[in-house]
Design a protein around this ligand. Structure first.
Ligand SMILES: Nc1nc2c(c(CN[C@H]3C=C[C@H](O)[C@@H]3O)cn2[C@@H]2O[C@H](COP(=O)(O)O)[C@@H](O)[C@H]2O)c(=O)[nH]1
Length: 341
């Protein structure tokens, strides 16, 4: 096992050496000012994870933790080549796309009596069973369905062999430390090892591992086994939506050459130097936004360390990107097909 790498240090190194992605200090300040009042609202809190999203589990028990583990094991690559031609899942009268199509399919399976959140089930699922559970209500299947099958079998087997089949056992081993849980996830579950090489140095994003820590914190409402003393050490989750919204809001900028490739729908291999720059700069840019937000409150004599962290900033920006899809049409997201985000 490679030595554990720190995503925040990776992001700083990438941002300092990036050639095609730039962080705009004025834009960082503008976004922090835009969020200044938002951070006092319920949606910018751990409670928002349940209250704002009907598909998320509302309980804070072992089943809910194992629901989160399954969802974040498969939380990757939902984008489609054509916006009008994509996987959709109908559930309880609503139609869901992207990440939400995954959650709708999980809840649909549970309603059908399929124990999809049980490791003893998904460790030995066949490809046909995976295709059935995650079936689309359009002719476009969920992307990377074969990889999802492989990842499910691998992850379920490890969870059974090392943690008695429940992710809550893994959480309990973390001793209420987000960083310890992050390392346990990366060390034990290979598909979460989201790493790359950049200018001769190994870097890590650990996007699915970090969002799994964050979603575990959220589903347990920051209490009990989920009361992570160091939740603020987790970075944002380097997916393909956060970079898009940061550029849209003016906090990040692409070189003309990179923007041209993005607009042409260029496919970036996982680990490509420009893909690494986009992901690393997104993490560092959000860290700067967080710091500036905390500074703004400090100037008013308020310590907001308990209210403002990268997890809540990420959730807010991700939801913002969802709600402003039309406004963001002018900014392409980068296209990489992989199991990491
Ligand atoms: N940075 C970040 N990336 C996130 C999430 C989520 C959903 N999680 C939370 C959201 C609500 C609940 O509170 C969940 O906890 C999915 N993704 C990523 O986005 C992409 C899918 O996008 P679209 O194709 O538009 O559905 C894909 O890479 C997926 O991995 C997040 O929160 N942050």
């Amino acid at each position: 096992m490679e030595p554990f790498l720190n995503p925040k240090e990776s992001a700083k190194f990438i941002a300092e050496h990036s050639k095609d992605v730039y962080i705009e200090d004025d834009g960082v300040r503008k976004v922090a000012e835009m969020l200044f009042d938002k951070v006092l609202e319920n949606e910018f809190s751990v409670a928002g994870w349940k209250s704002s999203h009907e598909l998320n589990p509302q309980a804070a028990n072992e089943d809910a933790v194992n629901w989160v583990f399954l969802a974040d094991t498969l939380n990757f690559s939902f984008w489609s080549e054509r916006e009008d031609h994509k996987c959709l899942v109908k559930y309880k009268g609503k139609t869901y796309s992207g990440y939400w199509s995954l959650c709708a399919a999980i809840n649909r399976a549970l309603d059908e009596g399929i124990p999809i959140t049980s490791a003893s089930y998904y460790a030995t699922m066949t490809l046909e069973q995976v295709k059935h559970v995650f079936r689309s209500d359009t002719e476009v299947p969920m992307p990377l369905i074969e990889e999802r099958h492989r990842v499910l079998n691998e992850t379920g087997t490890v969870l059974l062999e090392k943690f008695g089949g429940s992710f809550l056992s893994c959480v309990k081993k973390s001793g209420k430390s987000a960083q310890t849980l992050l390392q346990l996830i990366v060390e034990n579950f290979p598909s979460f090892r989201d790493e790359a090489s950049f200018q001769g140095r190994k870097v890590a994003f650990y996007k699915r591992a970090q969002i799994l820590v964050a979603d575990t914190w959220s589903v347990l409402e920051g209490k009990g086994d989920g009361c992570f003393s160091d939740i603020s050490s987790v970075t944002i989750f380097a997916d393909y939506r956060i970079p898009q919204v940061l550029v849209h809001l003016g906090a990040m900028k692409y070189s003309d050459e990179l923007m041209k490739k993005l607009k042409e729908g260029h496919m970036f291999p996982s680990g490509d130097y420009q893909e690494v720059e986009i992901r690393g700069c997104s993490i560092w840019c959000c860290d700067l936004i967080c710091n500036h937000l905390l500074e703004l409150y400090k100037k008013k004599g308020q310590n907001m360390d308990e209210k403002i962290n990268a997890v809540l900033l990420d959730y807010y920006l991700w939801d913002y990107a969802r709600d402003h899809r039309e406004d963001m049409k002018g900014v392409p997201f980068h296209r990489t097909r992989c199991i990491y985000y």
